[in-house]
Design a binder for this molecule. Structure first.
Ligand SMILES: [Zn+2]
Length: 158
């Protein structure tokens, strides 16, 4: 099995969105509302308490590769500061969600897309990361289509 690392969006993006109330990458106004859905928050990767948590909606572009075709879309984060997720396991709160794992190669080329469905997450991710040429993966919601998190291979130190 591949070792991997799942991370929330960059802390700098979340901080700027909260401070300016705009999309840091696009300048479009951000929007605050009480959570009407589970999310999750793209920074801490925890699901929202529907009807209780304040969340911030803004436009986010998840590809850091400058050659990749940009894919801006709406994301939610907690309105108040929260801790960025960065760990070698899938957050348990995401496990029940409808998930798709996409493997990307050079220049942001989509190489493989797998729905997790009723399977368990780890073997599906392993299959995606095992595909020749896959450099990283995106986790997306299989129903809404939106970006949830980036997954990188994590190589043990030599
Ligand atoms: Zn959060």
């Amino acid at each position: 099995m591949h070792r991997y690392r799942i991370q929330g969006i960059p802390e700098s993006i979340a901080t700027a969105a909260r401070a300016t109330m705009r999309s840091p990458q696009y300048g479009h106004p951000a929007y605050v509302e009480v959570a009407t859905g589970y999310g999750p928050c793209r920074l801490c990767l925890q699901t929202f308490a529907v009807g209780a948590d304040q969340r911030l909606l803004f436009t986010y572009q998840p590809f850091s590769d400058s050659e990749a075709l940009p894919a801006p879309g709406p994301v939610f984060i907690h309105r108040e500061p929260c801790g960025r997720y960065d760990a070698a396991v899938l957050p348990e709160t995401l496990r029940p969600l409808p998930l798709v794992i996409e493997g990307y190669g050079a220049a942001g080329a989509l190489l493989v897309q797998r729905r997790v469905g009723t399977a368990s997450f780890e073997p599906v991710l392993n299959e995606v990361l095992s595909r020749p040429g896959t450099q990283y993966a995106h986790l997306r919601n299989a129903e809404a289509g939106c970006f949830i998190a980036r997954i990188d291979r994590d190589f043990p130190p030599d």
